[in-house]
Design a protein around this ligand. Sequence first.
Ligand code: EZ4
Ligand code: CO
Length: 403
Amino acid sequence: MSKILSARVILSSPGRNFTTLKIETEDGIYGVGDATVNGRELAVVAYLEEHVIPCLIGRDAHQIEDIWQYLYKGAYWRRGPITMCAIAAVDMALWDIKAKIAGLPLYQLLGGACRRGNLVYAHANGEDIEETLSEAEKYIAMGYRAVRLQCGVPGLKSTYGVTSDKARYEPAGTGLPAENIWSTEKYLRAVPQLFAAARETLGWDIHLLHDTHHRLTPIQAARLAKDLEPYRLFWLEDAVPAENQENFRLIRQHSTTPLAVGEVFNTIWDCKQLIEEQLIDYIRTAAVHAGGITQLRKIANFAALYNVRTGCHGATDLSPVTMAAALHFGLSVSNFGIQEFMHHTEETNRVFPHSYVFEDGYLHPGEKPGLGVDIDEDLARSFPYQRAYLPINRLEDGTMHDW
Ligand code: EZ4
Ligand code: CO
């Protein structure tokens, strides 16, 4: 028995907003969990402070599964990003506490290491093909074995995944949402050219990935997947929005390009049909947005039955706490695929000191007991929350489109 004494939410903005939950036990052990929903941060703060934390005090921090079920089934209104993110933060913090009490890095409690480290992919973004490929070459020189390529589209002023500050990928901006203009036709012409040039310049020994960010219809996605087949992508991500999971059948029928989806999913139910029908190759659910380590393990075990592998979301809005959770989880599951890794700002890394290390294209969670990531609360307080949103996206005629 290790009673929960207190819990509090720490909202800070060391380069971007992060919502963090810290749970303390009677024995003076504490754990941290990430509760960040990009652009909707305060909703999770209220959910945790008003509705979750009062129910946690006095419970046994060791009862991770029971507390998960209590928060999920007990809410009556299940699922959704805010609810599942709040549950995730509690779940991560409790795993952190349990592993600290055991004196073990979390991956040991989850079954031990299945491999030397987690293969990660970097992001190469550029205004044009040349710039994107020279960004990719920088990452390859750093030891990366996999790179996601996103490139400006001729005729469009801004493109998803391409930011003016190359050193620092951050799509969210302070103030109200920026408005971008999108053309699917222009995009579909540009992408195959990018990958043809990439194979010529970068060769075939590097894994290449691409994110479509839910912007296509199924038939458009099928055509893109088919057009990209000669370039042997590691995956094509978020080809279509997945509210209709059966949409992926059409893409599958037309192409052997591996498919990944799931960064916006909240529960195992969002993945069920996609996995069961083997409509995807990689499931991208993240600890923070899909109910924590407890549910991620269930998703991975279910996916293993159908040869689907993991590929957790790891953009800059997922804090170092989520990154640590993903790395312990990834190391311990047999059907790990790849992990997204984007560098956080210096300020973020100082607010969240962590034990994970990058070496030779792989990330390892380190050997510190627990998650191996902490929060410097004093420093966090010096970076107050700032309202920020992801941009919105309209077609050239003004129609609201997927982000
Ligand atoms: O747009 O994390 O694969 N990565 C992505 C990210 C997401 C942001 C949204 O908050 O698609 O850049
Ligand atoms: Co994505």
